[in-house]
Design a protein around this ligand. Structure first.
Ligand code: ZN
Ligand code: ZN
Length: 392
């Protein structure tokens, strides 16, 4: 029944099984190839597209990291590739009208497959284009900075607001760990933050099951917990960029991506810590400020949500208490890996911070500890206490 827990990542493509939760889970990605030196396998993944038009998208940074090599491997093997390197300036690419428009305008007629080279943003853009054009896409991962390779939506920026668009799963996910391990340390820390965020996400999911009767899957939870444990156990090694630790991080992010794909919702990967992160991100974008990497913000939000769980302890069922991490534990992990820990580290001001705690539960309809605090009339008191801790 729980065979999925024994599979290696590469065996999970097209996984399909009857789960102990009573549901049938399937993962609809044809190829999931992760490992050292696997980039040349792109020719195998695309073998049915040999005489067809391939559209490859990347940005300045991801072209350097893996786009150049991907392009060379494909053209050397006789593939027809149109490459579009989208200008991201000195910063990370923002998936707004300009970038998405650029991507669509360079799309040639009769393109049969899209190859996206990058991590968060380029993946989101490609999965959106794929859904709208019905052209399948392949993602070549460049950095273990987030887990959205196989998630349900594509968050893009439209008119200064972040909107989640319908998206498709990729036909294949290819991650060459030789490339991903060279990602900038800040991106590894972001990936670490996104993994640590699962601690509160899983506690929120359990809370919702207890409070609202929402569906919950033990097997998927165990799958994610196993992956988190390996990452947490290698925290100090990751701070030193040891290769094994980077590999565990890549594995954990891919696994949580698979976990989301298997049940078709992002519950095992995203709870109240993601809502705070989104709230801050929207405010940053609205004010034209650099929004910071997703996982960096999620990392900062996680001990804050952990503290809210602690403040609400008397209201929580035992099953949730067992799953919630302590604030000090999470803060210590972030410090050890050298990641930003406090909202002030990424210039979230006092007013925005306070408002984000009060209104965080409105970011999306998803039951979390924030809803419970609102319902019990404790959110103002908690928001004040947290604000006083960071801003004085
Ligand atoms: Zn299940
Ligand atoms: Zn995330």
């Amino acid at each position: 029944m729980n065979e999925i827990l024994k599979l290696s990542i590469n065996e999970m493509a097209n996984a399909s099984f009857d789960c102990s939760c009573g549901r049938h889970h399937t993962f609809g990605v044809d190829d999931l190839i992760m490992g050292k030196g696997v980039l040349p396998q792109i020719t195998e993944i695309l073998k049915d597209y040999k005489n067809k038009k391939i559209y490859m998208i990347s940005d300045n940074n991801t072209f350097k990291a893996a786009g150049k090599d991907t392009l060379k491997i494909l053209t050397d093997a006789g593939f027809q590739v149109k490459s579009n390197v989208i200008d991201s300036g000195d910063d990370i690419l923002i998936p707004d009208e300009k970038a998405v428009g650029n991507m669509f305008m360079e799309l040639e007629k009769d393109t049969e497959v899209i190859v996206s080279v990058g991590s968060g943003t380029l993946n989101d853009m490609a999965k959106f284009m794929s859904q709208r054009t019905r052209i399948p896409y392949v993602i070549v991962c460049t950095a273990p900075s987030m887990d959205g390779y196989a998630s349900e939506g594509a968050p893009l920026i439209y008119k200064g607001r972040k909107i989640s668009y319908d998206a498709w799963l990729p036909m294949a996910i290819l991650g060459d760990t030789n490339i991903m391990k060279d990602a900038p340390m800040h991106m590894l820390r972001a990936g670490y933050g996104d993994v640590i965020g699962k601690l509160t996400a899983l506690a929120d999911w359990r809370l919702s099951q207890e409070q609202t009767g929402e569906y919950f899957c033990e097997t998927i939870t165990e799958l994610v917990q196993k992956a988190i444990k390996k990452v947490v156990d290698s925290t100090d090694a990751l701070a030193k960029r040891e290769e094994d630790a980077v590999l565990y991080l890549i594995e954990a992010l891919t696994l949580t991506g698979v976990a989301m794909g298997l049940i078709g919702v992002s519950r095992p990967a995203s709870g109240a810590e993601h809502m705070l992160s989104h709230y801050w991100e929207m405010a940053f974008i609205e004010h034209g400020k650099y929004p910071e990497l997703h996982g960096i913000k999620v990392g900062i939000a996680t001990p804050i949500i952990a503290q809210i769980f602690e403040e609400m302890r008397d209201e929580l069922p035992e099953s949730v208490i067992q799953m919630m991490p302590s604030r000090d534990y999470v803060e210590d992990l972030l410090k050890r890996v050298g990641a930003p820990v406090y909202p002030t580290d990424v210039k979230i001001d006092k007013e925005l911070f306070y408002r984000s705690i009060i209104e965080g539960n409105t970011v999306r309809e998803r039951y979390s500890i924030l809803d419970l605090a609102v319902k019990k009339g404790k959110i103002e008191e908690i928001a004040q206490k947290l604000t006083d801790r960071f801003y004085n």
